[in-house]
Design a protein around this ligand. Structure first.
Ligand SMILES: NC(=O)c1ccc[n+]([C@@H]2O[C@H](COP(=O)([O-])OP(=O)(O)OC[C@H]3O[C@@H](n4cnc5c(N)ncnc54)[C@H](OP(=O)(O)O)[C@@H]3O)[C@@H](O)[C@H]2O)c1
Length: 296
């Protein structure tokens, strides 16, 4: 516990699994914490640990210089904060929105906050609830840097690493979208792999150590891919897209022979074939990036 967190106070709006984890971490760090949730009852354990409960979001917002909101999406954020009494309570204070949604919604919420004299930072949490309050948590932030600096000591109570990505308030959500794009497409591939493996009599347990090996190939590829995408040169040395597309076709044929939907892999194969059709068959798979969004 630092002297800064001892002296600070925070309000947490939203007590789903993540909101409860955030409030719990603030309490564990000795930050005076006020909580509110639309549906009562989720605050019980936090109250036992010393949290104060507000009867309304405006009462909660008025209790602390810093309010953190973490609900399902920005429609829910709007339902909680875009009401005159809540806006009045937040006026002259700071709202940190750790709810996940789109960059445009983040910018729109920042504009609303600015119109109402509310300091606004947007953020994204990139790790699951058990990491909150531990060194493993990853938090991304965007918005006015001086506001971020002012509240960083309180946010540090959440543990983990905090990165300020710049003044464009949509930037944290933009990173979140890009990173979750990697995550969900990988999870779709994993779910499909489990279905195909099961059809071939391979259990998920039997596959697991080899699946981990495939996963471990990816981190170095993210480094190489960054150099390729930022320079616009996609070397296919070692694995040209003509070879990759053949491997993808085997996956499609095997799954469809088992009656398993191969639409995700068909989509990837289709993109690869279009790149080959453009005359880039000797390049690597990431040439697809240029097909999807040609650099200027
Ligand atoms: N859980 C994770 O591991 C994780 C990891 C990274 C990021 N996140 C992000 O953190 C945010 C919160 O996630 P979560 O895990 O706590 O669960 P969640 O199911 O996404 O959100 C539940 C919270 O949203 C509130 N809510 C939903 N609709 C509402 C409305 N119309 N008005 C007011 N409140 C409303 C719920 O209130 P009620 O209790 O009244 O329904 C509850 O407090 C999400 O944006 C999620 O993407 C979560």
């Amino acid at each position: 516990m630092t002297s800064n967190t001892q002296q600070s106070a925070v309000t947490v709006l939203g007590l789903g699994p993540m909101g409860r984890a955030l409030a719990g971490a603030f309490l564990a760090a000795g930050v005076r914490t006020t909580v509110w949730n639309r549906t009562p009852g989720k605050e019980r354990e936090l109250v036992e640990r010393g949290a104060a409960v507000a009867r309304s979001p405006e009462e909660a917002a008025g209790a602390s210089p810093l309010t953190v909101i973490c609900v399902v999406n920005y429609d829910a954020v709007d339902a909680v904060v875009r009401r005159p009494e809540v806006a009045d309570a937040l006026k002259g204070r700071t709202l940190v929105n750790l709810t996940a949604d789109t960059p445009d919604r983040a910018r729109d919420t920042a504009a609303w906050a600015g119109d109402h004299g509310i300091g606004y930072l947007d953020g994204a949490i990139m790790t699951p609830t058990p990491t909150i309050g531990t060194p493993a948590g990853v938090f991304l932030h965007s918005g006015p840097e001086e506001l971020y600096r002012a509240h960083r000591p309180t946010l540090d109570a959440l543990g983990g690493t905090h990165t300020h990505l710049g003044a464009d308030v949509g930037r944290a959500a933009a990173y979140d979208i890009a990173l979750l794009d990697i995550f969900w497409t990988a999870m779709a591939g994993y779910a499909h792999a489990l279905a195909v493996a099961r059809a071939e009599g391979i259990s998920a347990r039997e596959l697991a150590p080899f699946a981990q090996g495939i996963g471990a190939i990816l981190p170095p590829l993210f480094e190489e891919g960054a150099a390729d995408a930022d320079s616009g040169t996609y070397s296919g040395e070692g694995n040209p897209i003509t070879s990759a597309v053949s491997s993808m076709a085997h996956i499609v044929h095997t799954s469809e022979a088992h009656g398993i939907d191969a639409s995700v892999m068909r989509a990837a194969e289709g993109l690869a074939r279009r790149v080959i059709g453009q005359g880039h068959g000797d390049d690597g798979f990431l040439r697809v990036t240029e097909l999807l969004n040609p650099s200027a």
